[in-house]
Ligand binder design. Structure first.
Ligand SMILES: CC/C=C\CC(=O)SCCNC(=O)CCNC(=O)[C@H](O)C(C)(C)COP(=O)(O)OP(=O)(O)OC[C@H]1O[C@@H](n2cnc3c(N)ncnc32)[C@H](O)[C@@H]1OP(=O)(O)O
Length: 725
């Protein structure tokens, strides 16, 4: 039964029953109509309580129904209208979550009681749509325009205590929300309900509403560049100010349909489900996420308290895993300790505001210089800087100090996991955990399996990612893994564009207007240009080891751009030195300004090398950079490094600032059409045979030849994720 009804004295308790998250699919909506109908008619029922089974009110509309005929059956807004109009008081008992349509349903009830652990919100914007069951009209009437806009446009999950302060819920309880709701329902029997019907309320505000909304539009346009849903949310809320309720709801509906026509909701919903699929990892042996038991991680250690290590320590503590944090000397330890403690204080403050005692949520962190203290930890994450010899030295030590069943993780962004594992006494328990900076904030975790990594180790690392609240993707071991490997051809194209007449700001603007959080040159400046320079020097691509007589713009017969090397040779390492592809207000400054020095440098460079100026337009810039990125993605699939295109998209959406409303680079390639991507790359490669990264990948060619099937059918062509490198 999608909803059940029981009677407690004169209160009918209607329970949504649709595991796992009580999504309001067609069957639930029909069941709600039926049970409300019966409760309304039943003369023994004086009040109604609505809750969800298994401690979850509801995660909202069933996202899988969008775009199908199921969504067209009885509408949630009609149900909400019926509930609100009920002559008997209806109380929502919110446990766990009331999200999207779930909260809209609760807003149609006359009262809302929430348990202290619950979260409410209207996160539709995160899947490319807007609340379309009256939420954009009822919420502003309840909590006012500014607060409602914040909730709807950002789509964040609001903890119960904050929801109480905002006025979204009427009561927050420590114990059972259902019991409290029944008590409240009994108390309000017979009281007038008019003021509890949100659709009938008038919006009160002293603000100059039109100005306020216009300013919000401008701010939102900048903040969510290119995303349509946030703008539609504002327009729907504007309608709540200007129009009577029923016309506001019509506007909400129209906006929903226009959003659907943009294609953005489909991309964002693909991204939503891809994230969930990524957790369901598979292994070339045929093992899957459900066939392997992860080991419990009760205690952990982090080696290195630089930016990465600090973020990892915070993540572990927030997940209630006690941490031992190690540094190499007293000074570094003290610096790390100060930074970690100050971040933990901020977390504790947030918890206090939510009504929790920080001690019950944040695990302890113990700082030490002594490796010997690691003998009992279940798992270690090494987070020192990228140097193979240093990492090996640490893993040798760990191998001798840690208990035999401890897991050893390395936070490398591209070094060989097998080589690191080879110095230990337990290569099967060594795994890569590639966090993204700042590690306590960024959602992505690339888990890298080495050749000998055991299934238990994989299951444990994947489960740890989940516990830390990360979007965790399992990938194979190859230089730079998935995300960073794809950056290579992308950044290469960006540099070639400069050689050919573009400027950093032109390329960055094009990519940012496409939707990237940051263009390639701003990104390089942020990461530090010296990092890549060091690696190219080690590979003999630049510096003293380049063979004499090598042309400046060729390496091993292929095109090479020395621009970044030249910048580094001038001491321009990016933000940290106050100069890179841009100039900054000071070393460590954040505001990038085009630098006349760079312009002059590029002009001289082009003249010296007699490069014909043919600056690309915005569309060409995007095509070259994005197709180069996706092409490498196809190679990664061919090589068996990623299991499926969805995993690659999850990595880009969550770790590289790719605009989620474009689904990810592989989804985008599929959206544009694989034959078009193939032909464009082929044309470029034919004219530039010295740029092998632009040679269309074999898999792309194969898929394009059959007309570019939908992305979920690519798996058939990809096969098992066996590392072929
Ligand atoms: C007419 C329009 C009216 C209203 C519009 C809407 O209501 S749109 C929907 C708005 N709601 C959301 O966006 C919530 C989406 N869900 C989540 O954020 C999380 O799933 C949630 C609820 C916080 C639970 O997180 P948790 O980590 O505990 O579980 P997980 O994410 O793995 O989800 C478990 C399985 O449930 C599926 N699922 C979740 N939400 C929905 C949903 N709204 N519709 C359909 N399916 C949903 C999810 O895919 C998982 O499925 P599985 O097959 O097990 O992978």
């Amino acid at each position: 039964m999608a909803a059940t009804r029981r009677l407690v004295n004169t209160v009918a308790v209607i329970t949504i029953n649709h595991p796992p998250v009580n999504a309001l699919s067609s069957s639930v909506r029909h069941a709600l109509v039926e049970e409300f109908g019966k409760a309304s008619k039943d003369p023994t029922v004086e009040a109604i309580v609505l809750n969800g089974s298994n401690g979850k009110f509801s995660a909202g509309a069933d996202i899988r129904e969008f775009g199908t005929s199921a969504i067209k059956t009885v509408s949630l807004e009609d149900i909400n209208g019926t509930i609100e109009a009920s002559q008997k008081p209806v109380v929502a008992a919110i446990e766990g979550i009331a999200l999207g349509g779930g909260l809209e349903l609760a807003l149609a009830c006359h009262y809302r009681v929430a348990d202290i652990q619950s979260r409410v919100g209207l996160p539709e914007v995160l899947i490319g749509i807007l609340p379309a069951a009256g939420g954009t009209q009822r919420l502003p009437r309840l909590i006012g325009i500014p607060a409602a806009l914040d909730v709807i446009v950002r789509g964040r999950h609001i903890p119960a205590t904050e929801a109480l302060n905002l006025g979204i819920v009427d009561e927050v309880v420590q114990g059972s929300a259902v019991d409290a709701a029944i008590q409240l329902a009994q108390k309000v029997i017979g009281l007038p309900l008019n003021k509890r019907r949100l659709s009938t309320l008038r919006i009160s505000s002293n603000l100059n509403m039109e100005d306020f909304l216009d300013t919000t539009v401008e701010k939102t346009k900048k903040q969510f560049r290119g995303a349509q849903a946030p703008m539609a949310c504002i327009e729907a809320v504007r309608a709540s100010v200007l129009l009577p309720y029923h016309r506001g709801v019509e506007k909400e509906r129209q906006l929903f349909l226009s959003l659907w026509a943009t294609g953005q909701p489909q991309a964002q919903q693909y991204a939503f489900f891809s994230e969930r699929e990524a957790a369901k990892w598979s292994h070339p042996s045929g093992a899957r996420w459900y066939s392997e038991e992860p080991k419990l991680v009760r205690t952990a250690a982090v080696i290195g308290l630089g930016t990465m290590g600090r973020g990892i320590v915070i993540s572990l503590s927030k997940a209630n895993i006690p941490v031992i944090a190690i540094e190499q000397d007293a000074y570094q330890l003290e610096m790390g300790k100060k930074a970690v403690n100050s971040l933990l204080e901020r977390e504790a403050e947030k918890l206090k505001q939510q009504g929790f005692s920080p001690g019950s949520k944040l695990a302890s962190v113990h700082f030490t210089l002594a490796f010997g203290e690691l003998q009992d930890v279940d798992l270690v994450i090494e987070a020192v800087y990228e140097n193979m010899e240093l990492k090996k030295e640490i893993f040798r030590k760990l191998s001798s100090v840690c208990k035999s069943n401890a897991f050893l993780c390395t936070n490398t962004s591209g070094l060989n996991i097998d080589e690191i594992a080879s110095v230990t006494d337990r290569p099967n328990q060594v795994i890569g955990t590639h966090f993204f900076s700042p590690a306590n904030i960024m959602k992505l975790l690339e888990v890298v399996r080495g050749q000998q990594t055991s299934l238990t180790t994989i299951a444990t690392a994947m489960n740890l990612g989940k516990i830390l609240g990360k979007v965790t993707v399992l990938v194979g071991n190859c230089p730079l893994f998935v995300g960073n490997r794809m950056l290579g051809p992308y950044l290469e194209q960006a540099s070639y564009l400069l050689e050919e007449g573009c400027y950093p700001e032109t390329v960055d603007r094009a990519m940012e207007e496409f939707g990237f959080a940051m263009g390639p040159f701003r990104m390089m400046d942020l990461a530090g240009l010296d990092v890549g320079w060091r690696s190219r020097t080690e590979k003999g691509l630049t510096g003293a080891n380049v063979p004499q007589g090598t042309p400046a713009r060729k390496r091993l017969g292929n095109r090479y751009s020395p621009l970044a090397d030249l910048l580094c040779e001038s001491g321009r390492f990016g933000q940290k030195t106050g100069k890179g592809w841009y100039q900054y207000e000071k070393p460590g400054g954040r505001t990038a300004r085009p630098d006349p020095w760079v312009k002059d440098f590029l002009q001289k460079y082009r003249k010296t090398h007699q490069i014909k100026q043919q600056p690309s337009n915005q569309e060409q810039i995007v095509e070259r950079c994005v197709y180069a990125l996706a092409n490498e993605g196809f190679r990664i699939l061919e090589d068996g490094i990623a299991s499926c295109p969805e995993d690659i998209d999850v990595i880009y959406n969550n770790g590289y600032g790719w605009p989620k409303y474009r689904g990810g680079p592989m989804y985008y390639a599929s959206f544009v059409g694989l034959p078009k991507v193939f032909n464009t790359l082929e044309k470029y490669y034919k004219a530039n045979a010295d740029v092998p990264s632009m040679k269309p990948a074999f898999l792309l060619k194969k898929l394009a030849a059959v007309g570019g099937p939908p992305i979920k059918e690519w798996r058939l062509q990809v096969g098992k994720p066996v590392n072929k490198l």
